[in-house]
Write a protein that binds this ligand. Structure first.
Ligand code: FA5
Length: 338
């Protein structure tokens, strides 16, 4: 019996199988236990020798059981350790690095500059009502300025906004002065593209309204932006220009210098003092919506600039169409730069 038991013990491949063998031989009603129990039926002179013999067998079986049990436990632990092993000396897998688009980076810079000056940053719809994009901005349908911004029209009579200026109207209808906001976003124009013109580009619009806001506030703000973008020695320049929603109106340029000693005037956008007709159009819309007319007698300035120009110069990108062609040779140069 001892030999068969030991064979079965050694053949057990799992702890459960081993437990079954243990029960079979040395359990409460196991074979060895039963043998011991039947000693009483033997004649007294045989009992002692027979008992000693069974005890030897039981001890041998028990020893084999113990040994097998620890061997199985060790094997289980080894397998677990092997399956969970991490080789910390292996080189890591490279993570594909992304990067911010140059336009996002220029936008972040500008937003930072305006936040520091206390401006709120807002966005607005790219699909816009004709009234907000043109009429309320003092551009009636017959006005020649409409030709300056050729428009993508939607079948329902709405349009893709040609500039961020309609958000001036939307914001003023919903808010009372004083306030300082910048509007960020995409605008669309139905025009032939070339190295400096795209059909979709980005604008940043500023609007400040309150009591006694003047043209010198506007000039100081643009000069502050120039310094924020290009350092303490940067300058801003204003030249009279025409936009129907401002009076007087101007184009502004920033004098730009880089560490390589290159410098030039960069035409950035348009600006001016909010036209009284714009305030009137806003008050009309407010009145129609059951709100107070609060813009009469207020003054304010507005400006709007294109972001692509700044980015082209900053990163030496010669053609605006590179920004949105998704050519990895262009975009890849900004990988890892945040
Ligand atoms: C406007 O869009 C006015 N809304 C700006 C403004 C706001 C004036 C508030 C006064 C008060 P303009 O059409 O000039 O103006 O466009 C402004 C800037 O957008 C331009 O200076 C230029 O930098 C950029 N821009 C215009 N058209 C394109 C285009 N097709 N591709 C890329 N950038 C453009």
């Amino acid at each position: 019996m001892q030999d068969t038991a030991i064979q079965e013990i050694q053949g057990a491949e799992t702890l459960e199988a081993l437990q079954a063998v243990k029960t079979k031989y040395v359990g409460k009603s196991g074979l060895v236990t039963k043998e011991l129990g039947s000693l009483g039926k033997l004649p007294p002179e045989e009992r002692k020798a027979c008992g000693a013999e069974i005890n030897v067998v039981r001890a041998a079986i028990q020893a084999a059981l113990d040994e097998k049990e620890s061997a199985l436990k060790r094997a289980a632990l080894d397998a677990k350790l092997a399956s969970e092993a991490i080789d910390v000396t292996l080189p890591g897998l490279p993570l594909p690095a992304g990067g911010l688009h140059p336009i996002s980076r220029v936008l972040d810079d500008l937003i930072g500059i305006y936040r520091q000056m206390g401006y709120a940053v807002i966005e607005g719809p790219e699909v816009e009502e004709e009234h907000y994009n043109f009429e309320a901005l003092n551009v009636p349908w017959y006005h020649p300025a409409r030709d300056l911004q050729d428009t993508f029209w939607l079948e329902d009579g709405r349009l893709l906004r040609t500039h961020t200026s309609p958000m001036q109207i939307r914001y003023m209808v919903d808010h009372e002065p004083p306030f300082k906001i910048v509007v960020r976003g995409k605008v669309y124009r139905y025009e032939a593209t070339d190295a400096t013109h795209e059909a979709m580009f980005h604008q940043l619009e500023g609007l400040v309204v309150g009591d006694g806001i003047s043209m010198s506030d506007l000039k100081g703000t643009i000069a502050e932006m120039a310094r924020g973008l290009y350092g303490a020695s940067a300058k801003a320049r204003f030249q009279p220009s025409y936009y129907p929603f401002v009076e007087p109106g101007a184009d502004f340029a920033v004098y730009w210098e880089n560490p390589r000693g290159e410098s030039k005037w960069l035409e950035l956008g348009g600006c001016g003092m909010v036209h009284p007709n714009v305030f009137k159009a806003v008050d009309d819309l407010r009145e129609a919506a059951g709100k107070d007319r609060v813009y009469e007698g207020k003054t304010g300035f507005a400006f709007g600039l294109g972001l692509e120009r700044i980015a082209m110069l900053k990163y030496g990108i010669p053609d605006i169409r590179y920004f949105y062609a998704n050519d990895p040779r262009v975009i890849g140069q900004f990988r890892g730069e945040l």
